[in-house]
Design a protein around this ligand. Sequence first.
Ligand code: SF4
Length: 491
Amino acid sequence: MIYTILDCYTDEPAGLGVPPYLGTYPRYVAGYLNEDVNYITIDDLRLWKKNNSIIKETKISQKTDITTYNLTINHKNTEKILQETDQLIIILGIHVPGKYLSAVPGTLKEIIPLIKDLKCKKILTGPVVFGTQLFGGKFFEKADLSVFDKVNSSMFNFTYDKIKDYAVDGAKIIKQIPDYRMIEIETGHGCDVGKCSFCIEPLKNKVEFRDKGDILKEIAEFYKLGCRFFRLGKQNCFYTFPDAIDLLKEIRKNCKEIKILHIDNVNPVKVVADRNNEITKAIVKYCTPGNVAALGVESFDKEVCKQNNLNSSPKIAYDAIKILNKYGAGRGEHGMPKFLPGINLIFGLRGESKKTHEENMKYLKKVYDDGLMLRRINIRQVAIFEGTQLFEKDRDKFLRKNKKYYWKWRNDIRQNIDWPMLQRVAPKGTVLRECYAEIYDGNTTFCRQFGTYPLIVGVKGRLALKKFYNLEITGHMLRSLTGKLTMENEL
Ligand code: SF4
């Protein structure tokens, strides 16, 4: 039996699998199949269909084609591989719509015509089994799934006693990816506090954590295969993991040459409840600099918090931001502060009004005026998924009502908070080390460090892509930076 995994990439509130991240799903499925599997990406498939698997050069007037950028070592043989395949396992699902610098996730609408003529058995899995939506402010994507022989949710949701082995065996797919990847590591799932109106995490999973030893084994396997960039990002709150401090300590002990060790989601309530701030201190000590705790604040408007059962109040969110700054604001050797909060805001929640924006601005201004730093403010319009409280009641009522304000609100935050904040986080003259050149847009090269929410730096001229550079910051756009090569030049 010849199996091929087609990775169309995944992005969920807990867990990222869009390049340069390698998500957990294709790895676990590869481990489960327990055979040699072909791993191809949606980019390989597009390149075959669009251009007969031939890579086109990006002319100086053009932008890098990010729809065919993340190719595997199999890209020249995509057609042959698919013709020989008996079972094609398609991994897909975007639950947190976003824009990606160097990748475009596949959608159901895109993928169905591309695969419908293939003779093999087609199995669809991944977060898509709960719906998918690449764009915020919309309902999940509906499509005729009859082209698939099976929509398999058990492959999407293996239990941790199975993942224990699958995660280690499945690490082998990294050998089919020629570029660097940030390895997204799972520590747990479910949510012990949340009943947030929009969130599907509690619907997908009961609260459960992976065994620390299993996580260490998985990381050791990737490390052995040459991976050096890791994010403990697949969980809804890193602070909730029972052995958080020991886990970090042991990763650093076992993987001496690790370059990036970051985390992702954090519940503000848990930062405030952390006794003597021990977890915060351990993260600063054992993770690498440039780390960000993405705090699910969602709204600073008490009324919205109440109507959507949000887990943290504005006051708790502010306190968590302050604690993280106290321990993490110092600058690390890579040029970025060691560990900062990032916050997520959502538009379109129940009870949203003009006052919501006023409250958001009030708190964000306070954060800035108090000398604190935020690494990023992620603003998105809610995506509405079946089964959530929001789907059951009100649905897109507030989205429709307030849509006309969103550009203005967002722009207010970008101009008056993000921009001055960016100048504080990465002032002119800062040197950001080991920035990876990812794409061209005309005569500009866009680079960023590996890590969780790295800043994008635009450099004039065309640097060789997929190489690392040290960049000195020369200016600030609303959410990105301009920079120039330092004397040290290419590493
Ligand atoms: S705290 Fe809320 S948003 Fe976060 S995982 Fe739990 S239910 Fe979802």
